[in-house]
Design a protein around this ligand. Structure first.
Ligand code: SF4
Length: 270
């Protein structure tokens, strides 16, 4: 596998039903399963939304870890102040592209984000001298023989020996069992994609959570290779997605999640 770069997601671009049925990604399927109405607002209507401060922090941390991994892949690890320089550039570029409404808390949030990255780099189980197998690897798998859309995805990092790593930021300390449950769809997709790209089975999957607390916390949850049952379950879920989109079933799913939904106002007006 080789190092590649992730294209920036397009905020607020609408897609046709045909486009949504030609490919499927983990984030799209995850939105579909959490609330079909939200899926409609985000992907079909393409209603643009400004990134929240938490989303911006997640994007920046992702960008810095990508550079950290790419530097290890080039065998020229980031040293001393280089991480801070990469961080400052990523922050400034993101703000230039689309400013966040910080409500006067930009400096505090920025310094918290840098602390979180520094804590991660001190505590990570990934040795700085370990050369990745792949960084930000863009992969796809044709599921046409099952009558399903093409699976597409970008894997954050593949460690030596075929260990898939995904980086996440969160505001709460995650429970390992809950992490394995809520990320199963995504990790199973990565497993399918990795096997398609390499003809090998992954040796395991790691979820690296960077927790945004006053004292930053790093939680690493490990899972074994995906099982045939998990692969079957994923195909079944994608099948249900296809049927739902074909029939335009955008039923809302009101619940606790609505408190954090960016389309709350649009949904109330329906
Ligand atoms: S407010 Fe709730 S029901 Fe409405 S779109 Fe958002 S998550 Fe779905």
């Amino acid at each position: 596998m080789t190092a590649t770069h992730r294209a920036a997601p397009i905020n607020g671009s609408s897609r046709t039903k045909e486009e949504l049925l030609s490919t499927i990604s983990a984030s799209r399927l995850g939105t579909w399963l959490s609330c079909r109405m939200k899926f409609y607002f985000r992907y079909l209507a393409g209603i643009p939304k400004k990134p929240s401060p938490a989303m911006r922090v997640g994007t920046i941390i992702h960008a810095v870890l990508q550079q950290w991994n790419l530097a290890r892949w080039r065998k020229a690890p980031l040293q001393d102040d280089m991480v801070k320089t990469v961080f400052d550039h990523a922050w400034a570029n993101a703000e230039k592209e689309e400013a966040v409404n910080w409500q006067g808390e930009e400096e505090e949030t920025k310094s918290g984000a840098l602390n979180l990255i520094e804590a991660y780099l001190k505590q990570t189980t990934i040795p700085v001298e370990e050369r990745p197998e792949g960084v930000e690897v863009s992969v796809e798998r044709d599921l046409g023989k099952f009558g399903l859309p093409k699976l597409v995805g970008i894997i954050d990092l593949v460690r030596q020996g075929g260990r898939i790593v995904d980086f996440k930021t969160t505001g709460r300390t995650p429970d390992p069992e809950m992490v394995l449950h809520t990320t199963e769809l995504q990790t199973t997709m990565y497993s399918m994609l990795y096997r398609e790209a390499t003809d090998r089975k992954e040796s395991g999957i790691e979820l690296h959570h960077l927790v945004r607390l006053k004292t930053p916390k790093i939680i690493i949850t490990e899972a074994g290779p995906a099982t045939p049952r998990q692969h079957d379950k994923l195909l079944h879920l994608i099948g249900s997605y296809v049927r739902g989109v074909e029939f335009e079933d955008f039923t809302p799913a009101p619940g606790l999640q609505c408190a954090g939904c960016e389309f709350f106002n649009e949904c109330r007006r329906q």
